[in-house]
Design a protein around this ligand. Sequence first.
Ligand SMILES: [Zn+2]
Length: 227
Amino acid sequence: MEFDFQKIFLDQFSLIVALEILMRTVIMFITVLAFLRFSGKKGIRQLSLFEVAIIISLGSAAGDPMFQGEVAIIPALVVFTTILGAYRLITWLMMRSERIETLMEGKPEYVVENGVFVMGSHDKHTFAQDEFFSEMRQQGVEHLGQVKKAILETNGVLSIFFFPKEDVQFGLPICPKEYEDSSTQIPSPGEYACTYCGNVEELEVPNKCSRCEREVWVRALDLQRES
Ligand SMILES: [Zn+2]
């Protein structure tokens, strides 16, 4: 088999085609910008699933007429108008009905309460524990004993509320070095945190976690947050 590099890289490409692509791209780019302005969104940091769906539909409708000669611009604009209409309608419905809002975007969920993982929060969503840990480290958390509550917002951001300094308790370390010492062994008596649920117990010998019945422990920390 032989590759036709001429076709792969250039095909029918020529100066006139280049100019056409330039014009199409400028028009579609301006249209996308105008669309985003009219959608009423201020800026984009994190998108909910509903907004990601909108962006994907938009990107596909905008991309084709940019470089595919046989796709005209007006039909793409019809697609745009339809998406904008749907976006406006659904946003309007979401403002009026909490049920529709939950259906479209989900609900904020408690992940940590009083220094331990909320039971079931591991299984309910696909946000893995190491992702929580990474997100919490980025917000300056060293161990769960510093965290009064953590809430997973519908746009995927983790909101963290800290204990005041004097209320910091023993908690599960979330930095890799401390965490990697986790095992079913108890090398010396002390405060240990369950690696699954964050529950802290004073242990002398290996034991099951009284909260989740698992038995992998790591030495708990009670460091305060550096301010
Ligand atoms: Zn546990």
